[in-house]
Design a protein around this ligand. Sequence first.
Ligand code: RP5
Length: 164
Amino acid sequence: METTDPDETTPDAELALASMPAVEEAFEEIEVDEPHVGIIMGSKNDKPKLQPAGAALEQAGIRYEVRVLSAHRAPDATRDYCVNARMRGLRVIIAGAGMSAALPGFAAAHTDLPVIGVPISGKNLGGLDALLSAVQMPPGVPVACVAVDGAKNAGLLAVRIINA
Ligand code: RP5
């Protein structure tokens, strides 16, 4: 059986190899620009309140992604996101939610990455509801909780964690 030395590829062969769909697909799967921080929030309506976290990360040159995920409304998808976060290259999760803000604690229960909780103020109770929900975690499931609507500090804390 005729064999070829793999090191002896002609320029034509190299070109053919480089344009093979399978090779292209393999390269597409390598995420060179993978985000290091995931900003998740319970509702699309929380986006304006979480925006300062993204701004702080952007200023520090840290890549991030934004997802609307809810511990109450989409528990399965939220669980999957948190369970796979480390494998996907994330290093910190910032979780913002209002009202009965289970999201930060729910995230911390499903990943060993640092989770920063951002309680979001709503129409009632001025965010005290979300603050208590995010901050009153049972021992063993840590959440670093910033102030109500404190997304800027959440972003800055994520920068410090990544640069520590
Ligand atoms: C929470 O409930 C969300 O984080 C949001 O702050 C609050 C209200 O959600 P929407 O009714 O505005 O979608 O889960």
